[in-house]
Design a protein around this ligand. Structure first.
Ligand code: MF3
Ligand code: CO
Length: 258
C-alpha cells in the first residue's frame, strides 16, 4: 500500500532531509586522501545525533554503522572501516536520518582528489539521471516515467543500470511502497499523486550491470570490477511540482521548522 503524506508530514520529512543534506555537504568538504570511511561515519553520526535525530541505517536489519561508504567497484552498502581513501578513488556515501519519526534518505558519490575522465563522466551522468527522474515527479505522471527517465538517459551513453536494487517509498519507514527501479516503461505503473514521497537512487555502472554481495553480507560490488556511482534524493510529489527534501535549502533552518 502506498502511504501518501500530509503537508505537515512532508515538512517533518524535510527537516530529516535537511539533516542528511548537511551531513553529506560536510562529508564532501572533509573527504581527502588518507581519511578512513570510519572517520566519515563518526562525523555523520555526531552530526545526526547532534541535530536531535537518529541515524536510520544503524541497526537496520543489523547494519552496524550510520552511513554506507562504497568505494570504486562497490556499488552500495559498503560498511565504513579503517580503509583509507586514496587519490583517484570514488566513494559513494549514503545517509539516513530519522527525525520525529520521519526518514530522510540521500546519497552522493564523491571523487577523492582527481579521478579519470571516464570516472568523472560516470559521476556526472549518474547525478544527471537522478535529476531527470526527479523532473518526472509531477502529479498525473506515472511511476514508470520516473524509472524510464534514468534508463533512457544513461544507457545510450554506454552505461548500465543496476537492476538488483532500487529506490523506494519513504516516510515513517525507510522502505515503503512503491519500489522505484531505475528502469521501466513510460506510461506504466501507479499514477503519481500529491503526497507521494519516494527515494530515487540510480546505481549506474561503467561496465556490465551484474553485481554480487560480498561475504560481509552487505557490500554490493560489480562483477567486472569496474567502478559504479550512486546518487539519491528523497522527493515529495506536490501540486507545485517535485520537492527535493534532501536538497540543502538556505531558507528555513531545521530548527525553525521543528
Ligand atoms: N539508501 C539505502 C536504501 O535505501 C540505504 C540502506 S542501507 C542500510 O536502501 F544499511 F540501512 F540498509
Ligand atoms: Co534509499
Amino acid at each position: 500500500m502506498i502511504i501518501r503524506k500530509s503537508r505537515l508530514e512532508i515538512e517533518r520529512m524535510r527537516v530529516a532531509g535537511q539533516i542528511v543534506a548537511r551531513v553529506l555537504k560536510r562529508l564532501s568538504e572533509i573527504v581527502e586522501p588518507g581519511i578512513t570511511t570510519l572517520d566519515l561515519d563518526h562525523e555523520a553520526e555526531r552530526m545526526i545525533v547532534g541535530a536531535g535525530a537518529y541515524p536510520t541505517f544503524k541497526g537496520y536489519n543489523g547494519y552496524p554503522r550510520s552511513i554506507c561508504a562504497s568505494i570504486n567497484d562497490e556499488v552500495v552498502h559498503g560498511i565504513p572501516s579503517k580503509r583509507k581513501l586514496r587519490e583517484g578513488d570514488i566513494v559513494g556515501i549514503d545517509c539516513g536520518a530519522t527525525y520525529m519519526g520521519y526518514v530522510g534518505d540521500a546519497a552522493v558519490t564523491l571523487p577523492i582528489g582527481s579521478v579519470s575522465d571516464a570516472v568523472k563522466r560516470l559521476l556526472d551522468t549518474t547525478r544527471q539521471s537522478l535529476y531527470r527522474a526527479i523532473d518526472k515527479c509531477q502529479v498525473g505522471n506515472r511511476l514508470g516515467d520516473v524509472c524510464y527517465a534514468v534508463q533512457s538517459y544513461v544507457e545510450p551513453l554506454g552505461y548500465s543500470v543496476v537492476k538488483n536494487y532500487c529506490g523506494h517509498g519513504v516516510g515513517r519507514a525507510m522502505h515503503e511502497e512503491p519500489q522505484v527501479p531505475n528502469y521501466g516503461k513510460p506510461g506504466t505503473g501507479p499514477v503519481l499523486r500529491e503526497g507521494l514521497v519516494i527515494a530515487i537512487e540510480p546505481m549506474i555502472n561503467l561496465g556490465h550491470e551484474d553485481v554480487k554481495v560480498l561475504s560481509d553480507g552487505w557490500t554490493v560490488i560489480t562483477m567486472d570490477g569496474q567502478p559504479s556511482a550512486h546518487f539519491e534524493h528523497t522527493v515529495a510529489v506536490t501540486r507545485d511540482g517535485p520537492q527535493i527534501l534532501t536538497m540543502l535549502d538556505n531558507g528555513a533552518a531545521a530548527e525553525e521548522v521543528a
